[in-house]
Design a protein around this ligand. Structure first.
Ligand code: ZN
Ligand code: ZN
Length: 146
């Protein structure tokens, strides 16, 4: 099978892409990752990075965070965990909360699906963005007082 061939013969490029992705917990986009990989492989193209990320995610070696309307991000950690996405800056953080009990069973009961698991993404405002807002607000308040 094609997939087996890929597994047996991981190219240097793919190895570097995987290593760089596993170094971070920032869930980079293909573009972010391309910049990171270029420090080691200056000539690599975004298309090559993208293609390799696609192969790695199809093999289950990495996870693709694919939310409709959002730029695709990638995760080198394939252990089950939840995510938080900031509405302000778009960053995605890990949330190592225990999986909600009974959720998979409930989904199975409501559908004809055999459910193996779930992924969950919370949406909110990160502490940094919340902090920025507070700083701006206090500046505005100060200006208003003068
Ligand atoms: Zn933010
Ligand atoms: Zn993650």
């Amino acid at each position: 099978m094609l997939e087996d061939m890929h597994r047996l013969r991981m190219t240097k490029q793919r190895k570097v892409i995987l290593e760089e992705l596993r170094k971070v917990t920032s869930h980079p986009t293909a573009g972010d990752l391309c910049d990171m990989v270029r420090r080691r492989l200056p000539k690599i193209s975004l298309g090559t990075v993208y293609r390799n990320l696609d192969i790695l995610s199809r093999q289950g070696i990495i996870t693709k965070l694919d939310v409709a309307g959002q730029e695709m991000r990638f995760d080198g950690n394939v252990e089950q965990h939840y995510h938080l996405r900031c509405r302000g800056c778009g960053r995605v953080d890990d949330l190592f909360m225990d999986p909600l009990p009974g959720l998979d069973e409930a989904a199975e009961k409501m559908s004809q699906y055999q459910v193996f698991g779930h992924s969950l993404e919370f949406v909110g405002i990160c502490p940094e963005c919340a902090g920025k807002k507070t700083a701006t607000d206090s500046l505005r308040e100060a200006a208003g007082r003068n």
